[in-house]
Design a protein around this ligand. Structure first.
Ligand SMILES: [Zn+2]
Length: 167
């Protein structure tokens, strides 16, 4: 006898989720979506339009980002642990330290700077404030705008949309 396992595709990361075992889900316009992690669920709930619609689910294209975050504090072991935790996040392709900075590469569709900061802070890392703090806030603001534009490409706000660079 063949057992039929119903799976559903996590619209954020593309992973197949076994519906019967799923504990993380969200309903958008009458459709139930299942998620692999709280991180993916949070991304979806922030901006469901980015991940819904048949063409979006079929065509998951990454929006690559690369940031250098200056650290103010953190012991060797905290930095190592934070790097590992950030590296394990969905959508993060690289997390490394270099000269007191946390270098991170990620797909903006799957995670955003504020989620990365939260994970690193939970491991005891503190980031530089001052000018670097202002810059990080600007990045977060720009990320929100970029996702908004990606979710609503026909809204007419395309003239200030930066080109997506693949690095
Ligand atoms: Zn996921």
């Amino acid at each position: 006898m063949t057992k039929v396992v119903t799976t559903s595709r996590d619209p954020v990361c593309g992973m197949d989720i076994v519906v019967a075992q799923s504990t993380l889900f969200s309903t958008h316009r009458g459709i139930v979506y299942h998620f692999c992690s709280a991180q993916c669920l949070e991304r979806f709930n922030d901006i469901p339009e980015l991940y819904t619609g048949s063409q979006r689910i079929a065509d998951i294209r990454p929006i690559r980002k690369r940031r250098k975050l200056r650290l103010a504090e953190g012991s060797e072991s905290e930095i190592r642990r934070a790097c590992q935790r950030v590296g394990d996040m969905m959508g993060v392709s690289k997390a490394a330290t270099e000269n007191g900075c946390l270098l991170v590469e990620y797909d903006l569709r799957q995670t955003i700077l504020s989620q990365i900061e939260a994970v690193a802070s939970a491991e005891g890392l503190k980031f530089n404030e001052g000018f670097h703090g202002i810059r990080r806030r600007l990045w977060k603001y720009l990320e929100a705008g970029e996702l908004e534009n990606a979710a609503h490409p026909s809204s007419g706000a395309c003239c200030n949309r930066p080109p997506v660079k693949l690095r």
